[in-house]
Design a protein around this ligand. Structure first.
Ligand code: CMC
Length: 423
C-alpha cells in the first residue's frame, strides 16, 4: 500500500488505502472498514462520499472545470453535435465519420413509438405535467421491450435515444390537447424534435437554424454531470439489474425535483414573479437570505461548483446571442442580470459561494426558442439521457454490486407489543 490514511478507534489502529484518480483526486477506501472495526461512516447527502470510480465525466468545482471523457465542455459546446457527444459519452471515444453515420442512421430508424404505446398518452389528463408523462412512458417501454422483444442492451440504448424526443414532444402535445406529430426521419435529431414540437397541420414547418443550433448547444451542456442526484438514482436502480428503461425512468423522476432539474422551470417562474411584483430584485434577495421565508434564489448555488458553473458561463453568453439573433426582447433577461449582479455583490451569497448555475439562464433561451415553461425540465432530461445511459452502462460493464447503503439506527429500542384497546 503506497499511500494510506490511518484511523485510530480506541486502542485499534487501522490503515485505509488511498486511491488516486487520473486528475489526482484523492479518496480513502473504506471498503474493509466495517469488517475490521464494526464501524460504518455516515455522510448525509453523500457530500463526501464517492459512490464509484468513473471514467466518464471530470469536474473540478473549485476551478470550474467540466470535461466529458477528457474533452472540455467549452470545446464540445462550440464544435460538436449532440449525437457526437452522446456517442462519446456512451462509447468512450469521439466517433469517426463512419461510426457517426452508422450511429445516426440507427437512431433515425428507431424514432417511431409503438401505436399501442401512443394510446397510453390518451389516458393522461390534459394538464398533466410533461415530466410525469415522460417518466411514465419511458417506464412503459420496459413493458413493451421485454421477452422476445427485449433485444440487447445496445439496441435498447439506441431505442431510448431515438424515442426520447418523440415521447417528450408527445407528452407536450397531449398537455395541449393537440394531436401528436410523427417523427420525420429526414431531419437531424434537434430539428426532428423541433418539428414534432411545433409543426402545425396548416403550414410546412421550417426549422430555424439559429434555434436548432442553440438547442444542440443546450443539450450538450446538460449531457452529463457525474454522480448527481438523478445519475446516482439511475446507477442505484440499475445496480439491482432493473432494465435500462426502469433505471432511466427513475432518473427522470429524480430530475423533476425543484432542487435538481426542476429548477429551470422555477427560475423563469421566479423571474416572472419578480417582474409582476414591480421588478424589485433587492426584495427577493432579502427574502432568499431570510431562512424563515422558505424562499431560495432558484438557479443559484451548486453542490460542487463553488466559484462558477462553467455551463452557466456558456449559457449566459448564448442567451444574449440567441435573443439578439431571433430579435427577441425579453424583460426577464434584464431582471436576471440585475438579480445576478445584486447577489454576486451581497455578502450572504459571497460567503456561501453561491453563483448562478446551469439553470439560471437556460430557461431564458428555452423561452426564446418557443419552448413552453413546463417543458424546460423535459429538455434537461433529453440532454441528460446520454449521460444516464453511459453511467448505467459503465456500472453494468464494471459489474458493480447492488447499491445498499447502511444507516445509524436512532429509533425506539426493544419494547413489548401493546394490544390496541390498551393504547
Ligand atoms: N438561495 C439562498 N440560499 C441558498 C441557496 C439559494 N439558492 N442555495 C444555498 N443557499 C444557502 C443555504 O441556505 C445554506 O445556508 P446556511 O449555511 O446558512 O445554512 C448554504 O447556502 C449552503 O446550502 P446547502 O443547501 O447546504 O447546499 P447544497 O450543496 O446542499 O445545495 C443546491 C445545493 C443546488 C440544492 C442549493 O444551492 C439550492 O437549493 N439552489 C437552488 C435550486 C437550484 O438552482 N438547483 C439547480 C442546481 S444546478 C442543476 C442541477 O444539476 O440539478
Amino acid at each position: 500500500m503506497s499511500e494510506f490514511a490511518e484511523l485510530s478507534l480506541g486502542d485499534k489502529r487501522i490503515q485505509l488505502p488511498v486511491i488516486t484518480g487520473t486528475e489526482n483526486e484523492k479518496a480513502i477506501d473504506i471498503a474493509k472498514l466495517r469488517d475490521e472495526t464494526g464501524y460504518i461512516t455516515i455522510d448525509s447527502g453523500y457530500k463526501n462520499t464517492g459512490a464509484t470510480k468513473s471514467g466518464i465525466t471530470f469536474l473540478d468545482g473549485e476551478l470550474g472545470i467540466l470535461r466529458y471523457r477528457g474533452y472540455s465542455i467549452e470545446e464540445l459546446a462550440d464544435k460538436a453535435s449532440f449525437l457526437e457527444v452522446a456517442y462519446l459519452l456512451i462509447y468512450g471515444e469521439l466517433p469517426t465519420a463512419e461510426q457517426y453515420a452508422a450511429f445516426e442512421k440507427e437512431i433515425r430508424t428507431h424514432t417511431i413509438v409503438n401505436e399501442d404505446m401512443r394510446k397510453i398518452f390518451d389516458g393522461f389528463p390534459v394538464n398533466a405535467h410533461p415530466m410525469g408523462v415522460l417518466s411514465a412512458m419511458v417506464c412503459a417501454m420496459s413493458a413493451f421491450y421485454t421477452g422476445e422483444k427485449a433485444g440487447s442492451d445496445e439496441l435498447n440504448i439506441i431505442r431510448l435515444l431515438a424515442k426520447m424526443p418523440t415521447v417528450a414532444t408527445w407528452s407536450y402535445k397531449k398537455s395541449q390537447g393537440h394531436p401528436v406529430n410523427y417523427p420525420k426521419n429526414s431531419l437531424d435529431y434537434c430539428s426532428n424534435f423541433l418539428q414534432m414540437m411545433f409543426a402545425l397541420p396548416v403550414e410546412e414547418y421550417k426549422v430555424n437554424p439559429v434555434v436548432s443550433s442553440a438547442l444542440n448547444k443546450l443539450l450538450i451542456l446538460h449531457a452529463d454531470h457525474e454522480q448527481n442526484c438523478s445519475t446516482s438514482t439511475v446507477r442505484l436502480v440499475g445496480s439491482s439489474h432493473a432494465s435500462l428503461y426502469a433505471s432511466i425512468s427513475a432518473g427522470i423522476n429524480a430530475l423533476s425535483g425543484p432542487l435538481h432539474g426542476g429548477a429551470n422551470q422555477e427560475v423563469i417562474e421566479m423571474l416572472e414573479a419578480i417582474k409582476a411584483d414591480g421588478g424589485d430584485t433587492d426584495k427577493f434577495i432579502a427574502m432568499a437570505k431570510d431562512k424563515n421565508s422558505g424562499f431560495r434564489l432558484m438557479g443559484f448555488g451548486h453542490r460542487v461548483y463553488k466559484n462558477f458553473d462553467p455551463r452557466a458561463k456558456i449559457i449566459k453568453k448564448a442567451a444574449y446571442e440567441v435573443l439578439a439573433s431571433l430579435g427577441v426582447q425579453d424583460p426577464v433577461l434584464d431582471i436576471a442580470k440585475k438579480l445576478e449582479e445584486a447577489a454576486l455583490s451581497d455578502p450572504y451569497f459571497v460567503q456561501r459561494r453561491l453563483y448562478p448555475n446551469v439553470d439560471f439562464y437556460s430557461g431564458i433561451i428555452y423561452r426564446a426558442l418557443g419552448i413552453p415553461t413546463n417543458m424546460f425540465t423535459v429538455m434537461f432530461a433529453i440532454g441528460r439521457l446520454p449521460g444516464w445511459i453511459a453511467q448505467w452502462k459503465e456500472m453494468r460493464v464494471n459489474k458493480e454490486p447492488i447499491g445498499r447503503p447502511r444507516q445509524v439506527y436512532v429509533g425506539a429500542t426493544p419494547r413489548d407489543y401493546v394490544p390496541m384497546e390498551q393504547r
